[in-house]
Design a protein around this ligand. Structure first.
Ligand code: SAH
Ligand code: SF4
Ligand code: F3S
Length: 455
């Protein structure tokens, strides 16, 4: 029996891909292990979105070399594997397999192929340890497959409470800062009937919450189905109590989608709508294809239909050419929307993306970018703390996910806020009524009021 250990970086799409990889390996008799120590195969499923994400992976692959010297194979999969290709083989001490996001069905075969090439280091006398023979060169499996949606692969999911359900792979936008289209290829959408079958099977297994995934999830379209229709059908599956989706693109965000969100009880009244910048000139250079006014109009539709909706967003500061005035526009937007949560980033230059060709003399110096980021984080945190403080005292329905890191239980409210509270572990997987008793500013502590029967 071969043991596989998978470590995942990046977005929910990549976490979901790791669950597909685990499913593919399990079908071939691999057993999952949660430590690299006793693994025969170590996979690092990587992200390429910012330089920092890649540096972490290089460092980690270096650390993992100790297991490779003892005979384990190291594979690097995902977006960074697709981006760096061949050149990864010799990095950080060496990698046996480099595989892009469309090739995972070949994983068992390719692992066997590299294993056959390798000298079993474990059988060498100990004295040879430090002079181990050169490892043979690894394999790369790259390239896009316009039809690969991993249909028929049974994902091996980590959580039994909340499931990621990919409905789309790739991206047809070309935001000028973004590497995703170049490492994941063009948009491809899954068959809606296969998605619904998967959701029904999850519900039958007792999973009450699903999150539909895609890079621009609401641009989904397949044989006459659009995203609002798919969302409505998913929300109506028996046993599914909560449906979320990430990430919608503002351009594909329609009144019809708002209508489905507002009228389907299972769709959480929570929306992550990435804005990226609060100034039209920046948005234009980013090729986001909407204006601040259009974005705010859509936010207004949402709030009108769902007054208590929780909003979150993504923002990039210090995009090339961002002036003080443009940056102030972003601060202003954050103050006017008042997001419950926000993921705030400093621009990171990605080779091969269109933004690298913007005038060099307009690139924002790193210290300016850092200061802008810190000020934006402080502005957002203050707003977030106010929003959270105003919710203290409320009784919320919490989906109990797991034991908390510091004891007790941990779950989420409908608005996707994390709550920890004391209660019996039997509650995990079910809903509980919890009074929000205090807040750290970004999470809540609560008191159990009562367990709720399953619907
Ligand atoms: N497809 C999603 C986002 C994918 S990447 C969408 O369109 O919303 C997640 C976030 O990373 C983006 O929303 C953006 O805020 C950030 N990001 C992407 N490329 C970046 C870069 N080059 N530098 C800094 N942040 C980046
Ligand atoms: Fe990247 Fe833009 Fe596509 Fe999102 S929509 S993945 S930011 S190119
Ligand atoms: Fe990263 Fe790839 Fe996701 S680049 S953000 S893991 S799609």
């Amino acid at each position: 029996m071969k043991r596989a250990y998978i470590e995942t970086y990046g977005c929910q799409m990549n976490i979901s891909d790791s669950e597909l990889i685990a499913g593919i390996l399990a079908e071939q008799g691999f057993v999952a292990t949660d430590k690299p120590d006793d693994a025969d195969v170590i996979l690092v499923n990587t992200c390429a979105i910012r330089d920092h994400a890649e540096q972490r992976v290089i460092g980690r692959v270096g650390q993992l070399q100790q297991y490779r010297r003892e005979g384990a194979l190291i594979g690097v999969t995902g977006c960074m594997a697709q981006r760096m290709g061949e050149s990864l083989l010799g990095r950080a001490g060496g990698v046996d397999l480099v595989m892009g996001p469309d090739a995972y069905r070949q994983l068992p075969d390719k692992l066997e192929e590299v294993a056959a090439k390798r000298t079993p280091a474990r059988s060498l006398p100990l004295a040879f340890g430090s002079h181990a023979p050169q490892q043979p060169r690894g394999l790369t499996v790259l390239g896009f497959d316009p039809h690969e949606n991993y249909e028929g692969v049974a994902a091996k999911r980590i959580s039994t409470v909340s499931a990621w359900v990919p409905i789309q792979r790739g991206c047809n936008y070309r935001c000028t800062y973004c590497i995703v289209p170049y490492v994941r290829g063009d948009e491809k959408n899954r068959d809606p009937l296969a998605i619904l079958d998967e959701v029904r099977a999850l519900a039958q297994d007792g999973v009450p919450e699903v999150t539909l995934l895609g890079q621009t999830v609401n641009s989904y379209e397949h044989g006459g189905w659009d995203f609002p229709r798919l969302l409505r059908e998913v929300a109506r599956v028996d046993g599914i109590r909560r449906v979320r989706f990430i990430s919608p693109h503002p351009n594909d965000f329609t009144r019809e989608l708002v209508e489905v969100m507002a009228t389907e009880p299972a769709v959480c009244k929570q929306l992550h709508l990435p804005v990226q910048s609060g100034h039209n000139r920046t948005l234009k250079r980013m090729l986001r294809r909407y204006t601040v006014e259009e974005y705010l109009e859509k936010i207004a539709w949402v709030r009108e239909a769902m007054p208590h909706v929780a909003l979150s967003t993504d923002v990039i500061v210090a995009f090339p050419g961002e002036t003080d005035e443009e940056y102030e526009g972003t601060l202003e937007l954050m103050r006017s929307v008042r997001y419950d949560d926000a993921f705030l980033y400093k621009y990171s230059e990605r080779d091969g993306t269109p933004a690298t060709r913007l005038p060099r003399d307009q690139f924002v110096p790193d210290e300016v970018g850092q200061a802008r980021l810190e000020r934006l984080i402080a502005t957002h945190r203050a707003i977030q703390a106010e929003i959270y403080a105003a919710e203290v005292g409320r009784i919320e329905e919490v989906l109990v996910e797991k034991e908390g890191r510091r004891g007790g239980l941990q779950g989420r409210t409908e608005s996707n806020k994390v709550v920890t509270f004391e209660g019996p572990v039997e509650l995990i997987g079910g809903f509980a009524e919890v009074r929000l008793s205090s807040t750290s500013g970004a999470t809540f502590s609560g008191e159990l009021v009562g367990a709720l029967a399953a619907a």
